[in-house]
Design a binder for this molecule. Sequence first.
Ligand SMILES: Nc1ncnc2c1ncn2[C@@H]1O[C@H](COP(=O)(O)OP(=O)(O)OP(=O)(O)O)[C@@H](O)[C@H]1O
Ligand SMILES: [Mg+2]
Length: 256
Amino acid sequence: MRLAVAGKGGAGKTTLSATLALLAARSGRPVVAVDADANPNLATALGVPPHAASLRPVPPSLVSRRRGGAGLLEPIDEVLDRYSASGPDGIRLLGMGGPAHADEGCLCAAHAVVSAVLEDLGGPERLVLVDMEASPEHLSRGTVRHVDAVLLVAEPYYRSLETVRRMSALVAELPVPSTSVVANKVRSPADRDAVEEYCGRHGLAFAGAVPWSDAVGLADRARVPVADGPGTGDVVAAVHDLAGTLGRLTGHRLLG
Ligand SMILES: Nc1ncnc2c1ncn2[C@@H]1O[C@H](COP(=O)(O)OP(=O)(O)OP(=O)(O)O)[C@@H](O)[C@H]1O
Ligand SMILES: [Mg+2]
């Protein structure tokens, strides 16, 4: 199962990706966490210490351009062995190439690598979580065309919801079978209702809500994964429920 997590800047994509990854790994699933953000933060959110958090990207030379998109030239398991970093609980981490210098040009090659890697990471056993960057470029380029589902993270305010609506329209033009929306940073039943009502009005599947918690910010500053608290139990429980709902919406089990 390959799940891409998208949404407006700062909505909580990395926080929810890391928490889902840790819950799945601790439930016995093999997990590959793909940091598809050229400004990477997923390793840190998983609790990888700063000195080990910079990921070695899969080089573009391992990807061939072919009809219908980019393809990996080597078996995915070899690519994983060579380029993935070890995260907690057996999670394997892959990164996207980012800009090494200013004025360097576009990231076409890095997008092609992510696309090719995702194509070959399919299969029922492995859970692949793709933490996307805020820009809709992953969608306009079709970088995530091979995922099984996209989870759009929305904060309960209008511009965040509008972003999710625009992104879901782009996902609908890709061969991605399932798209759903999770509300994050929800402070009241009214917040949750607003997101659910917006989803209903725009034909978007609502997958649940994750509460606002001051403990999430404290965990971030302490460089502790949200899944490990302290004080984040309500958020972790909500992400656990989200995993169950996504399982039902997508037809793919997330937790072991
Ligand atoms: N449920 C929550 N309650 C409180 N704060 C939260 C919650 N979820 C995320 N945050 C905080 O929101 C900020 C942005 O979170 P995060 O980095 O996960 O967002 P993002 O969507 O990945 O951002 P970017 O677009 O920059 O990649 C962080 O400070 C994080 O700690
Ligand atoms: Mg992020």
